[in-house]
Design a protein. Sequence first.
Length: 340
Amino acid sequence: MKRDQQVHIRTKNLKEKGREIDILVVEDDEVLLSQLVKLLKKFFNRVDIASNGIEALNRISERDYDLIITDLVMPLLDGFSLIEKIRQNNSEQLILVLSAYSDNENLLQLIDMGIDGFLLKPVNIDVVMEKLSKTSEIIYNRKALQHYMKMLEESHAELLQRDSELEETLNEMNQLKLEVKEQNTPNDTTQEFMSAEEFAKLYLDEISYLNEEFEILEEHFNTFLLQEHKSITNESIDTIAHLLKQYCKHFETYNEFAYLHGELCSLAGELEELRAYLNIEICISSFILLFDHLEQLRKGVFASQSFHDIHKLDKAFIKVLEDISNEISSSLELVDSLVS
């Protein structure tokens, strides 16, 4: 019963593993060849035959075989020469040798040539089935490994392509952002000149209200400073972001301050994104300078209307906003390096 069970398991394994396996049998004994082919076709996908080494080489040149079973003594080209030529082109080819007991003296030579196993003559079906089962397992695992390696290579290539596309998209976005920034950045040649007095006359009904609102924001920031030390942590980022968003809200309807409005809103957005990070610290001195410039702007434009040009502080804003942006980038790079 145990033997029958083993035969059943072996037969089932051969049928499962052999469905995608192609074999070439090289044998000049027609009777033995017919018996082997009849047996092999029950389990394997394709079984081709050749009666000598020359015919076998022609077959091999036309297609790839997962397994080659060859006799040693054959006309035109014997098994030794056939194996040698196969190994010259394919060192990984699986080869089983049909060997008579009288061929044992050639055993070491065949082992040196890298033979994967022997099927002794006269052929014993049970022994042949056992050897084919083990060999099929090797072929099946090799094919599976090749399949997975191919999938990994394709996945890797796809990831590289996606990374390339993402990098290209990010470059385009950064270029677009740079172009927009350059278009909105005030300079002496594109910014329309306007005095604080002219601005006040243009917005006569709103100037006092704006001055009061900005003054309230300054008081909030000064109160915040009393509670902080040398740096802003992720716990206090929300306060700064909220104050900047309030400035954005008041500047929003005044095209004269479109650049400052855009940069302050962008900074507020960057600060809000930082809340996802732990242990972020940004030097508070740059924010103190930023709010000091905002206070000077309020006093010179909205309170006293003493600025000869409402854009007197634009260069100062550009500098401090760039410094803050660089500090944020440096902090994020530091966190990323620590995490990785």
